[in-house]
Design a protein around this ligand. Structure first.
Ligand code: APR
Length: 385
């Protein structure tokens, strides 16, 4: 279920458990270990002493004491030598064992630092890749929210390496849309490796269909919407009539049966709402509800609110997450946004990034979120909305 990248000090993250990158003695140290011990108070050291130690790749659990979390899970990452000493497997088992321990203690949310990526010398981008793969594998079958916390730019290496194909092409796409150039110094980067699996564009995509870009940012009703409208809302014998455009405002009399009938006829144009369309799309894709909210990186409770509370209005990032999870086309996504009262705006960097991926035939939500994160944008899907 939800996997989120956040930039923060892990001792401030509100999660049921936070994970500590400890050493085998468990008695504290520098880096994130030091920060966690300082924030938790001396009781944490006593609890760790009572446990007696932890082997590399394994995990143990203590209360959170003065931290805002219920638990601290301590795991010992491998010291990086050259990548040929089982470091990757050991690092993956840190994440897996910590997650299993969190699950066994009923945690619904867990926050991880980039284990081994500091004092223990694991290359940051490779460490992030192992974290991502292991966490996503675990979440395939679990209802849990996992945060991967990036503390400082050093942990994710600042930008020069970002001048690779993918980032360049996204930047070109954004620049092409006329938004202000991005301050590259502020970006965090996971170098190219973290974006593995993405086809690289040799050039920025263009508006290949030749359609004019909506100057107002207002969504253009898609063909699909129009077809749906024609088939389901308008009676077959009722030609679609243009809204009258009178030179002077025509009087509307509430006591006039004729005027009310005209208004009623007009209101028949109302499209199916977002919720109905969402359920229909899920059926069309042959997905279950659970598959849908998993692929959308969305909390089950948020999905259930959308499904069961007709008045609930999901946020735009939730709507976009569902569109990405359902692998909708750009037109279909615009249509869904429209039904929820939103649009894709060419003056929004986040919207352009999502649009970029949709134009390339979509992508999994985690990859899109990694790119949004690298560009300091709000991520899609979350436990919060
Ligand atoms: N919040 C989140 N992440 C943090 C924080 C923090 N407050 N402080 C540091 N980090 C990040 C670092 O930037 C790094 O990316 O945590 C990652 C792990 O770095 P380390 O804390 O150095 O952990 P690790 O590389 O696993 O080394 C473990 O360091 O001091 C110790 O006792 C510990 O000996 C053990 C070793």
């Amino acid at each position: 279920m939800p996997f989120e990248l956040i930039r923060d000090d892990i001792t401030r993250v509100r999660a049921d458990a936070i994970v500590n990158a400890a050493n085998p003695s468990l008695l504290g140290g520098g880096g994130v270990d030091g920060a966690i011990h300082r924030a938790a108070g001396p009781e944490l050291k006593e609890a760790c002493r009572a446990i007696g130690g932890c082997k590399t790749g394994e995990a143990v659990i203590t209360p959170g004491f003065r931290l805002p979390c219920r638990y601290v899970i301590h795991t010992v990452g491998p010291v990086y030598q050259d990548g040929r000493h089982g470091e990757k497997e050991l690092l993956a088992s840190c994440y897996r064992n910590a997650l299993l321990l969190a699950e066994a203690h009923g945690c619904e949310s867990v926050a991880f630092p980039l284990i081994s990526a500091g004092v223990y010398g694991y290359p940051g981008e490779e460490a992030a890749q192992v974290a991502r793969d292991t966490i996503l594998d675990f979440l395939k079958t679990r209802d849990m929210t996992v945060f991967l916390v990036f503390y400082d730019s050093a942990s994710f290496r600042v930008g020069r390496q970002m001048a690779d194909g993918l980032m360049k092409s996204i930047q070109a796409y954004i620049d092409d849309a006329g938004t202000a150039p991005y301050d590259t110094e502020r970006r965090l980067s996971g170098r190219n490796d973290i974006f593995n699996g993405l086809p690289l564009a040799s050039q920025a995509p263009s508006y290949e269909d030749g359609a004019p870009r909506p100057a107002s940012g207002r969504p253009i009703k898609s063909r699909q919407t129009r077809r749906y409208f024609a088939e389901t809302v308008l009676a077959p014998d009722q030609p679609e009539e243009k809204a009258p455009y009178p030179a002077a405002p025509a009087a509307f009399r509430t006591d006039s049966a004729q005027d009310r009938a005209a208004l009623d006829r007009y209101l028949q144009r109302q499209d199916a709402g977002f919720r109905d369309m969402l359920l229909r799309r899920i059926d069309e894709k042959g997905m279950t509800d659970a598959e849908c909210y998993h692929c959308a990186n969305l909390d089950r409770r948020v999905f259930n609110k959308i499904k069961n509370q007709p008045d609930y209005r999901p946020g735009k990032t939730t709507v976009l997450a569902l569109c990405v999870g359902l692998r909708l086309t750009l037109d279909e996504t615009r249509d869904m946004l429209d039904r929820a009262g939103y649009s894709l705006s060419s003056s929004s960097k986040a919207d352009l990034i999502v649009e970029f991926f949709l134009r390339r035939g979509g992508s999994d939500i985690y990859t899109i979120n990694e790119v949004l994160f690298a560009y300091d944008q709000k991520l899609l899907g979350s436990a919060a909305e």
